[in-house]
Design a binder for this molecule. Structure first.
Ligand code: HEC
Length: 106
């Protein structure tokens, strides 16, 4: 099961590498950085009852939310997000946003 997932993930990353030139933000690099996000948002980014979906979010919206969590402008009441964005650079956030924008929203 895990192996199968890894193979699918690896194929996906290769696909993204092929396609990332058209987008602002390096989605393939974002996929690597997004591994931690899956702990809560799920491998597919669809979230669950308590965690919002981030798959398919519009890139600039996603980037702005990550910036806002990092700066504290967007309150993070359960303090779940802040630990994960605090060390991300603007490029990291742009790459992550580019990656999730490639995932289907459902
Ligand atoms: C420990 C669990 C956890 C992890 C890990 C986590 N998140 Fe979240 N995330 C949340 C929760 C809970 C919320 C809802 C927070 C709120 O709205 O106050 C959220 C909200 C968000 C939102 C806002 C969605 C919207 O529709 O506005 C984005 C974007 C997001 N997370 C992206 C990420 C990314 C990217 C990562 C990895 C770098 C990540 N999250 C890691 C728990 C987590």
């Amino acid at each position: 099961m895990l192996t199968k997932r890894l193979i699918i993930a690896a194929m996906f990353v290769l696909l993204l590498m092929a396609g990332n030139l058209q987008a602002g933000g390096d989605a393939a690099r974002g996929a690597e950085l997004a591994v931690d996000c899956a702990d809560c948002h799920g491998d597919d980014g669809l979230g669950d009852d308590d965690i919002p979906r981030i798959a398919g979010l519009e890139k600039s919206y996603h980037f702005d939310q990550l910036k806002a969590f990092k700066s504290g402008e967007r309150p993070d009441e359960d303090e779940m997000m802040v630990d994960y964005v605090v060390d991300l650079s603007d490029k990291d956030m742009a790459d992550i946003a580019a990656y999730f924008a490639t995932l289907p929203a459902e």
